[in-house]
Design a protein around this ligand. Structure first.
Ligand code: HEC
Length: 127
């Protein structure tokens, strides 16, 4: 009897460990998936102007004045907070006292994870 008890305790411990390990993997998988989603949203919504490499040289940028923000500009990266970037994304240029050509994305109000992901993408170009 005693041996069986010890055995089941070990089995339970192993199961519990197994579960928590799976949860951690899922959490990492989720944020990786979010970043992938944010990158494709960037390509779809932002790269036309800001460029696939974030330099503000997308095909739609040539005709624009002022030019779309160049995210690789380290001085700009330092000057702006994540909150300001979020606000620019949600409210557009007009909402933050910048060029109204920079479009608002009010549909993202209901997708805060995607907005966070876009901020990460924008920050990623600067590092
Ligand atoms: C139609 C072209 C266009 C598109 C599409 C566009 N932007 Fe912009 N964006 C601009 C322009 C132009 C500026 C510069 C405004 C200025 O400096 O007055 C700008 C500025 C910005 C800024 C800088 C704001 C600041 O405080 O300096 C951020 C951040 C930004 N855009 C993010 C994005 C993101 C993220 C997307 C996609 C969801 C996007 N933009 C889509 C044209 C665009």
């Amino acid at each position: 009897m005693k041996i069986i008890h010890v055995f089941s305790a070990v089995t339970l411990a192993a199961l519990a460990f197994g579960c928590s390990k799976t949860e951690t993997q899922q959490a990492t998988g989720q944020s990786a998936a979010q970043l992938v989603e944010a990158k494709s949203a960037f390509e779809a919504r932002c790269a036309t102007c800001h460029g696939s490499t974030g330099k503000g040289d997308g095909p739609g940028a040539a005709a624009l004045n002022p030019k779309p923000r160049n995210y690789t500009d380290k001085a700009w990266q330092k000057s702006v907070t994540d909150e300001q970037i979020k606000k620019a994304i949600l409210m557009g240029g007009a909402g933050v006292g910048k060029s109204p050509v920079m479009p608002a994305s009010p549909d993202l109000e209901s997708k805060p994870e995607l907005v966070d992901g876009l901020v990460k993408v924008v920050r990623g170009f600067g590092s």
